[in-house]
Design a protein around this ligand. Structure first.
Ligand code: PXL
Length: 275
């Protein structure tokens, strides 16, 4: 057995905008992990842009399972992100049942919406079905909008109190997971990532940057995934990801990047290589 660990990333490939697989692949690579990509859709740009094409990959996804099974592939972590149809959630579950082994971790980033709105390609039914996927997850990383959808606690902005964050995390745990990280809480001029887990709860804070960058949640989840796959402590992953994003967001702002272009993580990626 070699020491090399592979991660299966089930996510879309948006050609530009630093999100989904274009964030996951370089970040997991920097951890020294092999990122095996199972695309859920190919887009020219992410859906925040006015102009993009969306090529649904639902019909091709099961071929990846068959072909990877044929080559007896093993994964230290299975990581799901943007899923474009209800059938894709069934396929992700099939992926888990095919490849999950005793030490395989499952991270579900329930990419559904932001800023109180669900993404244009999402439906109410898809959001409901996401709750089922979460029952298989070791770790779930919703933003406040997604935590609100999953917990059934109404959305009233990203400035939620510590009590509301805890209530949301507790409700999400009743779906069957144990570790919930709610990202992008805004309180007292700070951006907060809150972790609720059997090892305790903690808020990791950073200063708020004036521009919110699309895809930041994907960078965050990819870093947490790297920690999980390498058997490191999830609290350390959330702390590192918070500091990493603070630096990358500040730099992106100084460079004048727009919301659509995402966070310039490339500038700091060597820090992941040194972990
Ligand atoms: O970053 C989340 C995300 C992922 N994938 C696609 C998206 C978005 C957010 O807009 O459009 C295709």
């Amino acid at each position: 057995m070699s020491d090399i660990i592979s991660v299966a990333a089930i996510n879309d490939m948006s050609g530009s905008g630093r999100c989904s697989l274009t964030a996951a692949m370089p970040i997991l690579g920097a951890f020294g992990l092999q990122c095996c990509a199972l695309p859920t859709a190919i887009l020219s740009n992410h859906t925040g842009y006015d102009k993009y094409f969306f090529d649904d990959y639902t019909d091709k996804m099961e071929r990846f399972i068959e072909d990877w099974k044929a080559y007896d592939m093993h994964f230290g972590c299975i990581y799901t992100g943007f899923l474009g149809s209800e059938k894709q959630i069934d396929i992700a579950e099939k992926f888990f049942s095919t490849f999950r082994e005793e030490n395989t971790k499952v991270l579900v980033d329930p990419v559904m919406g932001d800023d109180g709105k669900i993404y244009s390609t999402y439906t109410y039914e898809l959001c409901e079905k996401m709750k089922r996927l979460i029952s298989h997850a070791d770790v779930v990383t919703p933003n406040v909008t997604e935590a609100s959808i999953l917990s059934g606690i109404g959305y009233s902005g990203d400035s939620i109190s510590a009590e509301t964050a805890r209530a949301m995390a507790e409700a999400i745990c009743t779906l069957g997971t144990q570790n919930v990280v709610i990202t992008g809480i805004k309180r007292d001029g700070k951006a907060i990532n809150y972790i609720y887990s059997p090892n305790g709860e903690h808020e990791y804070c950073s200063p708020i940057v004036p521009v919110y960058y699309s895809g930041t949640g994907d960078v965050f989840a990819s870093i947490v995934c790297g920690f999980l796959a390498k058997g490191k402590h999830i609290h350390d992953g959330v702390e590192f990801a918070t500091k990493f994003i603070e630096k990358a967001a500040k730099y992106s702002y100084e460079q004048g990047l727009t919301y659509l272009e995402g966070i310039c993580f490339e500038k700091f990626i060597k820090e992941i290589c040194l972990l």
